[in-house]
Structures are given as structure tokens and as C-alpha cells.
Design a protein around this ligand. Structure first.
Ligand SMILES: Cc1ncc(COP(=O)(O)O)c(C=O)c1O
Length: 406
């Protein structure tokens, strides 16, 4: 990994922050920065080949239609899907999970059995299931976590003894970075006859994804957390499950025939893609995947893992800092912590004056905050352009902030 070359591809780093400092961007779990190739792909699409897809028979409509087909194929390969029809474009994880929850539990098909989510879930993979379960009058339960913040597998096995319709878990927590053993969670869910939904928001830019190895029924991710644009995401579902699923939304592009008495729907994947797709987003997402593949996900993972260990070591050396959670299982490069006597928002504000972007708050994971007995924490999250020097600088400034506030 040539860090200098990688960073030079991100225009945001070629300028100073309004306070005249270099930008040290450590909020990648929220969204990553965008390389030139992604920005250019989007601009080129609008400049040179803009038209709607799947409708017109003229150029450039035909070109755009063909590109969407090719990109779907590329994405299927990227996530290990068996068929391109298993890739459904969405506007992102929140959009996908809300639509999925409605499609699974809101239709005429009556589902039986409780709905389980883990205690480490982002609200986007928690509230839609909670509301869907309520709508279907099904029990909604939270899989407990261990003291270190990992899923309590014994408690999970115990919960699965009750009839279960669906289990929703993240591949990795956006707070602790703890990764879950998806294959095992999936096997256990399937043995109980439940569907398994994986929120891969925090995995997609940091580790290889193989939905067939995970053996999940659904997997979602957002492009913007993997160097791609906002407003585009992928919902993967196995062909067998997607073909039976109520459409995610209704409208143009997804119908076979509309009559006053009824409507029939197109085959996969169009059945689930109502309305004009975010075409610029799709093109930008392809460029983002190409960017990741060019660096090599294994190289990115090795680089980020080394930085992650350095970050934990440095933070552990600071008196009063308490890191949230630890697991020996696969993790993504996210470290959250509290600092005795310093509010997370004060810490983030102090660091911002030095050009350092970290996050403070509950990180859309209030059940997890409650598990740790806190209301907020600070979070540092890394990406392929992060460096050891940035970590040293951040921890030095953090020590100064502690001295200042105490
Ligand atoms: C684990 C996790 N799930 C879901 C989301 C929601 O993603 P989006 O805002 O792209 O819909 C996030 C975003 O922070 C996340 O970290």
C-alpha cells in the first residue's frame, strides 16, 4: 500500500480545513471520502451518457441500460453472489432494511415466530424489525451481548429454541468494530427455520464479503461507506427468497402488466426496483468497487488491522481512557472509548480545532450504549488512507484535550 499515492487520489485531502490544518479524517464508519475515480465517473455519466436505464431504445439510453447490467454482474462477483439477479439496487442500508422489513412482514403472507436482532445493532437494523414485528404481532427480542460486547452465542442458542421467523445481525459493529461469525449465526438461524439478514455496512470496505460462504438470506450495504457516493446501496437476497418476496416498492419499471383489478410484476431483479434507479450512484459505486479492488481488499485489511492495533495500544496508554468492547473474532477498524472526566462532545470539538475529525454521541446504537452503561462515547474509525502518523497526532492531541478539560 502506497499511502501517499492513495491519499493523493482524494481531492478533499488536497486542501486545508477552515482552521488552516491538514484534515485528519477519522470518521470513516460514518462515511468515507471519495477518490477522483468515483467523482469523475459520476461527472462523466452526467456529461457524456445521461439517459434513463431499461426504457429507451436510442443511444445513450441503450448504453446506460447495458452498463447497469454489467455493473450488477460486477457487484454480484464482488459479494460472491451466485447470480446477478440477486443484486437489487437500493438507496442505502436504511432504505433497504425498511423496505425489506415491510416486504417480509407487511404483506398478505402471514409470518410466524419471533424476530431477533442483536444488542449491537445500528438503529437502522433494529427499529425497522421492531416495528415490523409489532405490526405482525410477533415477539421482538434482543440477543444479549457478553461483557466485552460480542454476541452471547449461548443466549442466542437459547432464544432460537422458540419459533423464530428472522434474525438480523451486523457483520461488524459500528461502535466496537467487533465482527460476528456470520456463517455460524446463519447455520443456527437456518436450523431453527429463520431467515438471516446481515447488515454489512461496516464490513464492505474492510474485509472480503462472500454471501455464499456466509449463507445468509439477505445482505445489505451502502456505497458511501466504501468510497462510493451517497444514495446508492445494494440489497442481496438469494434467488429463491427474492423471487417469493413481496416487491420492496411499487411503481414504474417493476410491473409486467397493470389492470384495474390487479398488477403482475417483472422477474428479478426488476421486481424489487421501482422507479428510476440512482444511475449516477450505480456508476459511482462501480468506480468505488474498482478502487477497492485495485488496492486489494487483503492489502487494505492488513494495513487497517495494523493501524487498529496501534490505535488501541496508544489509547490504552492514556490514563482515564476506557475502550469499549474487545473480541478475538474478526473486527473492522473502529475504536470507541470514553475518557474519564471529559464529555465525548467536548473531546470531538477540541480535536476539530486541530483539523481532526472524530465522532461523539451514541452512534445510532442506543441499545449498545445502554449495554455499556453510558449515553455517549468517542469513536475513531479508519480507512485505507489512514496513517500511523495520524494516529500518533490524534492521541497526542487527545492527551492535550484531557489536560485542558481537567
Ligand atoms: C452498522 C450500520 N448499519 C446501518 C447504517 C445505516 O447506513 P445508511 O445511513 O447508509 O443507511 C450504518 C451507518 O452508520 C451503520 O454503521
Amino acid at each position: 500500500m502506497n499511502l501517499e499515492s492513495i491519499k493523493s487520489q482524494f481531492p478533499i485531502f488536497q486542501q486545508k480545513t477552515p482552521v488552516g490544518k491538514e484534515l485528519v479524517y477519522l470518521d470513516n464508519a460514518s462515511t468515507t471520502q471519495k477518490p477522483d475515480c468515483v467523482i469523475d465517473a459520476i461527472a462523466d455519466f452526467y456529461k457524456f451518457s445521461n439517459a434513463n436505464a431499461g426504457r429507451g431504445v436510442y443511444w445513450p439510453a441503450t448504453e446506460v441500460t447495458g452498463r447497469v447490467v454489467d455493473i450488477r454482474q460486477r457487484l454480484a462477483k464482488f459479494i460472491g453472489a451466485a447470480r446477478p439477479e440477486e443484486v437489487v439496487f437500493t438507496h442505502g442500508v436504511t432504505d433497504a432494511l425498511n423496505k425489506l422489513a415491510l416486504a417480509i412482514f407487511g404483506g398478505s403472507q402471514k409470518r410466524e415466530g419471533q424476530v431477533l436482532v442483536s444488542g449491537m445493532e445500528h438503529h437502522s437494523n433494529f427499529v425497522p424489525w421492531q416495528m415490523a414485528a409489532r405490526h405482525g404481532s410477533l415477539p421482538f427480542k434482543v440477543i444479549p451481548l457478553t461483557d466485552s460486547g460480542a454476541i452471547d452465542m449461548e443466549a442466542y442458542a437459547q432464544l432460537l429454541k422458540e419459533p423464530t421467523s428472522l434474525v438480523a445481525v451486523s457483520a461488524a459493529s459500528n461502535v466496537t468494530g467487533i465482527g460476528n461469525d456470520i456463517s455460524r449465526l446463519s447455520q443456527m438461524a437456518h436450523n431453527s427455520g429463520a431467515l438471516l439478514v446481515v447488515d454489512a455496512s461496516q464490513a464492505v470496505a474492510h474485509q472480503p464479503i462472500d454471501v455464499r460462504q456466509w449463507d445468509c438470506d439477505f445482505m445489505v450495504f451502502s456505497g458511501h461507506k466504501a468510497y462510493g457516493p451517497t444514495g446508492i446501496g445494494v440489497l442481496y437476497g438469494t434467488y429463491e427468497v427474492l423471487v417469493e418476496l413481496n416487491p420492496l416498492a411499487y411503481g414504474g419499471g417493476m410491473v409486467q402488466e397493470v389492470n384495474e383489478s390487479d398488477t403482475t410484476f417483472r422477474m428479478l431483479p426488476h421486481r424489487h426496483e421501482a422507479g428510476t434507479l440512482n444511475l449516477a450512484g450505480i456508476v459511482g459505486l462501480e468506480a468505488a468497487i474498482a478502487f477497492i479492488e485495485k488496492q486489494g481488499i487483503a492489502n487494505i485489511q492488513a494495513h487497517e488491522n495494523a493501524l487498529y492495533e496501534l490505535l488501541r495500544k496508544k489509547l490504552n496508554e492514556v490514563s482515564g481512557v476506557a475502550i469499549l468492547g474487545r473480541s478475538s473474532s474478526l473486527q473492522c477498524p473502529v475504536v470507541s472509548f470514553t475518557v474519564e472526566g471529559v464529555h465525548p462532545h467536548d473531546m470531538a470539538t477540541y480535536l476539530a480545532t486541530e483539523g481532526i475529525s472524530i465522532r461523539a454521541g451514541h452512534h445510532c446504537a442506543q441499545p449498545l450504549m445502554k449495554h455499556f452503561g453510558i449515553t455517549a462515547c468517542s469513536r475513531i474509525s479508519l480507512a485505507c488512507y489512514s496513517s500511523g502518523q495520524e494516529i500518533e497526532q490524534t492521541v497526542d492531541q487527545l492527551k492535550e484535550a484531557i489536560a485542558f478539560f481537567r
